[in-house]
Write a protein that binds this ligand. Structure first.
Ligand SMILES: NC(=O)c1ccc[n+]([C@@H]2O[C@H](COP(=O)([O-])OP(=O)(O)OC[C@H]3O[C@@H](n4cnc5c(N)ncnc54)[C@H](O)[C@@H]3O)[C@@H](O)[C@H]2O)c1
Length: 347
C-alpha cells in the first residue's frame, strides 16, 4: 500500500459508493474541502449532495451497486470507500433477504473486483457485528471479543450476520488490500429521514426521537430504553477516515472500532437529554415538550425483534495505529443533530 497519501496530490481519485447517504455526504464534502483529490461517487440517491454535483472534481454516477458493470467501474479506482447498504433496523425483519443481499452479496462482488484490480477497499461494517451483548459486557475489542448472536428466528440479526460474513470474506481474500470500519452510532446533520417526508418506515433512534419531538408525539422507549449506546459525532467519524488515509500502511488488513466511549448513555437517558435540548432550542419549559412512553420491541418493530444491550467500543487500536481519538461530546453532538433536524424540516 502507498504509505503516504498526500492531501494536496491532485492526481488521486477516490471512489465513494453510497456518497449520497448520511456518512457519504459528509465524507464527500470533507474530501472536496480538505484535499485536492477527485471523487467518483455512486449512489441511488443524491438529495443530500446537490451542492456538489457541479463541482469539477466530483463525478456522480446514479446507479445500483448490484450491477456488475458498476462494480467494475468502481474497482478501477485505487481507493474505494464502500458505504452503500440497507442499514435501518426497521427493515432488518421485514426485508431480511434484501438486507443480506445489500450487506453481503454486493460488497462481496466489490471485494472480488478490488482484489483483481489491486484497489484499497475501505469497507463500512457495523458495531452490530458484536452481536447480542449483555448490559454489563466489557468494552468490545476488534480482534479478541467473542461474538454471540440471537437465533435465526430473530430476523433482527440479518444485517449483523451479513456484515460479519462480509468481514470474514474480506479478511480471507488473499489479494485484497482491505480495511474494515465498525461505526458506533454516528449522529449528525442528514442522519436518516423524517417518515412520510423524505423516507418511509422507522429510522434509527436519533432521527426517530427527533421526528417525535418535532411532531409533538411521545418518544417511544423500546423495551424501556435500557440498551446503552455510544453516540458519536459524524465529524469525528470523518476525522477517523482522514487519519486512515494518512496512515494507509497501518490501516490495511485491520478492522477498527470508530466510536466515542465517553459518550455512553442508555436510550432512556438519550430521550431525556434530547427532550431537554429541544426545550432549550425552542426556549420553552421542559414540561412543554413531548414525554416518553415504553413500548415492547415486537409491538414496535414487529416479530423477530431482538437487541444488544450494550455497545462500548475499545478505542485503543485506532488510537495506537492511526492516532485517532473521538473528541466531540455527547451534548454537542446531539445539539448539532437536533438543531439541524428542526431547521431542516422546519415544521
Ligand atoms: N450511521 C451509523 O451510525 C452506522 C452505524 C453502523 C454501520 N453503518 C454503516 O455505514 C455505512 C453508511 O451508513 P449511513 O448511515 O451513511 O447510511 P445511509 O443509509 O444514510 O447511506 C447509505 C447510502 O447507500 C446508498 N445505497 C444503498 N444501496 C445501494 C446500492 N445498491 N447501490 C448504490 N447505492 C446504494 C443509499 O442510497 C444511501 O445513500 C453503511 O454500510 C452502514 O451499514 C453506519
Amino acid at each position: 500500500m502507498n504509505t503516504s497519501l498526500k492531501f494536496d496530490d491532485s492526481s488521486i481519485t477516490v471512489a465513494v459508493v453510497g456518497c449520497g447517504g448520511f456518512i457519504g455526504s459528509h465524507l464527500l464534502k470533507a474530501i472536496l474541502e480538505r484535499t485536492r483529490w477527485r471523487v467518483f461517487g455512486v449512489d441511488l440517491d443524491s438529495y443530500r449532495i446537490q451542492e456538489h454535483l457541479s463541482n469539477p472534481r466530483f463525478d456522480f454516477l446514479s446507479a445500483d451497486l448490484a450491477c456488475p458493470d458498476v462494480v467494475e467501474r468502481v474497482a478501477r479506482f485505487p481507493i474505494v470507500v464502500n458505504l452503500a447498504a440497507i442499514c435501518t433496523p426497521g427493515r432488518y425483519m421485514a426485508e431480511a433477504v434484501e438486507v443480506i443481499r445489500s450487506n453481503y452479496d454486493h460488497p462481496r462482488a466489490l471485494a472480488d473486483a478490488c482484489a483483481k484490480s489491486g484497489s484499497w477497499l475501505i469497507h463500512f461494517s457495523t458495531s452490530e457485528i458484536y452481536g447480542r451483548t449483555a448490559i454489563d459486557s466489557a468494552s468490545l475489542e476488534e480482534d479478541s471479543t467473542p461474538i454471540v448472536f440471537g437465533p435465526v428466528s430473530a430476523s433482527r440479526w440479518s444485517y449483523a450476520t451479513a456484515k460479519l460474513l462480509t468481514e470474514r470474506y474480506l479478511a480471507g481474500l488473499a489479494d485484497l488490500n482491505w480495511t474494515v470500519v465498525r461505526p458506533f452510532n454516528f449522529v449528525g446533520p442528514y442522519m436518516d429521514f423524517m417518515p412520510g417526508i423524505d423516507g418511509e418506515g422507522i429510522p434509527r433512534v436519533l432521527a426517530n426521537f427527533s421526528t417525535a419531538l418535532v411532531r409533538g408525539e411521545t418518544l417511544k422507549l423500546v423495551n424501556g430504553g435500557v440498551a446503552k449506546r455510544c453516540f458519536t459525532s459524524v465529524h469525528d467519524a470523518i476525522d477517523f477516515i482522514f487519519c486512515l488515509f494518512a496512515h494507509a500502511d497501518a490501516g490495511v488488513g485491520q478492522a477498527f472500532n470508530v466510536g466515542n466511549a465517553d459518550n455512553e448513555v442508555s436510550v432512556a437517558e438519550l430521550a431525556c437529554l434530547m427532550r431537554s435540548i429541544c426545550a432549550s432550542i425552542k426556549d420553552v419549559p421542559e414540561g412543554d415538550v413531548p414525554g416518553v412512553e415504553v413500548v415492547s420491541g415486537e409491538d414496535y418493530y414487529g416479530k423477530g425483534y431482538d437487541d444488544s444491550l450494550r455497545r462500548l467500543p475499545s478505542v485503543a487500536k485506532a488510537e495506537s495505529l492511526l492516532g485517532f481519538k473521538a473528541k466531540i461530546s455527547l451534548k454537542d453532538a446531539l445539539e448539532e443533530s437536533l438543531r439541524w433536524f428542526v431547521g431542516h424540516y422546519a415544521l
